[in-house]
Ligand binder design. Structure first.
Ligand SMILES: Cc1cc2nc3c(=O)[nH]c(=O)nc-3n(C[C@H](O)[C@H](O)[C@H](O)COP(=O)(O)O)c2cc1C
Length: 206
């Protein structure tokens, strides 16, 4: 009897060169290009959306809306994948793809405008991403996608802004990626401005 052992590519380590010790998934998170099409266990997918669910939000209105598809559901997956720009075609290999939208009003508070809808949505996606990395998955957020077609194709209400698309999966074969682009991606992740140019003690610093 032959036993098939699933061989997976290792997590593509590119750890942040931090000035302070950080939680492991924050340090290890980056946006790789090579995805495997291996399926993600359903309980891990549940955990991703559960991490988003437990994110804090203004008035606890949870304004994020996520439309997802997995590769084993080609009709829905191919529809989502079709919105990606050519530059983001690498993400079509991932097992999980989703569109993130931000609901712009407070349904539970007289439908008043929610100034925090995009802020809260970004926070939820960050929770989800950190959860993903902690489970050995790689993630890549993308703003490069068609901004019109998803409204009709996915039945998204016209007043709901599209925020980003996100690809999540197990690490793939980096030999499928153009070596120059791959090198540049590894390098770009390490580029960060100094904390002092973004974080000000007491008052804004010019
Ligand atoms: C909102 C958002 C949109 C992005 N859009 C794209 C994109 O369209 N294509 C892409 O390859 N990377 C995209 N990125 C990835 C960024 O280029 C990347 O996060 C940044 O260079 C920092 O690198 P790191 O995530 O590896 O730390 C996006 C990231 C964010 C957060």
């Amino acid at each position: 009897m032959s036993i098939t052992i699933m061989s997976r590519f290792p997590y593509p380590e590119n750890p942040a060169l931090t000035d302070a010790p950080l939680l492991d998934p924050i340090k290890r998170r980056w946006s790789p290009l090579a995805f495997s099409s291996d399926s993600i266990e359903p309980e891990k997918i549940d955990a991703l959306f559960e991490a988003a669910r437990w994110t804090q939000s203004s008035r606890n209105e949870q304004p994020w809306r996520i439309i997802y598809a997995t590769k084993d559901d080609p009709e829905n997956f191919d529809r989502l994948a079709s919105f990606l720009t050519e530059d983001n075609a690498y993400a079509k290999q991932a097992f999980l793809l989703f569109m993130v939208c931000a609901f712009p009003t407070f349904p539970n508070y007289k439908n008043k405008p929610n100034r925090m809808h995009q802020y809260d949505t970004g926070a939820a996606i960050q929770s989800l991403i950190i959860q993903a990395v902690s489970m050995g998955l790689i993630t890549h957020q993308m703003s490069g996608f068609d901004k019109e077609r998803p409204y009709t194709a996915l039945d998204i209400p016209a007043d709901v802004p599209l925020m980003a698309m996100v690809a999540i999966g197990y690490p793939g074969d980096e030999r499928t990626i153009d070596p120059e682009r791959l090198k540049e991606r590894y390098h770009e992740h390490q580029q960060r401005e100094a904390t002092g140019s973004r974080v000000f003690k007491g008052k804004w610093k010019k």
